[in-house]
Design a protein around this ligand. Structure first.
Ligand code: SF4
Length: 202
């Protein structure tokens, strides 16, 4: 029996990125391969559940709340990719599935949509994923260097889709100013704000 390490399952709004405001059920998986200094995701506890148990909880919660979107997040969910593949087979076909990942472990499944927030090896992550239609990039901005890096990646690969820029939360006012100052050099970007934190939502 395949087991999954689950930190939490809950239903709320998507608070940030391309789908901000969308009602969704979240499956937060335990564990991460990185250790970002500003990480604010609590993945310290988990339960080990079977794929069937997780599927049942998700289906029940989504049906009850009339939810069509499942967001698989972490931590870093690709650490449990084999388990995710098994889980998807147990879910109804009409559920839209999104994966939130740092992209450092290359795992591509065409049946999911990806929101990638690269934290390390950004160039490699971008190269691995940018050609796929169902992939969106959201970069956390902590400095001018981070903005320069995004511009460089976009220019190198002539990437013309929207990129979301999100200031690191403890300095998001300051980072919004910095992004605005860079408007003359930026094309097709949108600001991502972690609205759920301002609204005390999960
Ligand atoms: S990749 Fe995400 S979950 Fe992992 S440490 Fe960094 S911010 Fe936290």
């Amino acid at each position: 029996m395949i087991k999954i390490k689950v930190s939490e399952i809950f239903t709320s709004f998507q608070g940030e990125g391309p789908y901000v405001g969308t009602p969704a059920t979240f499956l937060r998986l335990y564990g991460c391969n990185l250790n970002c200094e500003w990480c604010d995701t609590d993945i310290s506890t988990y339960e080990i559940l079977s794929v069937d148990e997780v599927a049942e909880i998700l289906i029940t919660q989504m049906e009850f709340n009339n939810i069509q979107t499942l967001i698989i997040t972490g931590g870093e969910p690709t650490l449990q990719m084999e388990e995710i593949k098994r889980l998807i087979k147990e879910l109804p076909d009409d559920i839209k599935i999104q994966l939130e990942t740092n992209g450092s472990i290359f795992e591509y499944l065409p049946e999911m949509e990806y929101v990638i927030s690269p934290k390390v090896d950004k160039e490699k992550v971008f190269e691995n994923y940018y050609k796929y239609e169902n992939v969106f990039f959201k970069f956390v901005i902590c400095s001018q260097e981070d903005i320069d890096e995004v511009i460089e990646l976009r220019n190198k690969d002539c990437y013309d889709k929207t990129i979301w820029l999100q200031g690191e939360f403890s300095r998001d006012n300051e980072m919004a100013d910095l992004i605005r100052e860079n408007f003359p050099r930026l094309e097709n970007v949108k600001l991502s704000v972690q609205t759920h934190k301002y609204l005390n939502q999960r």
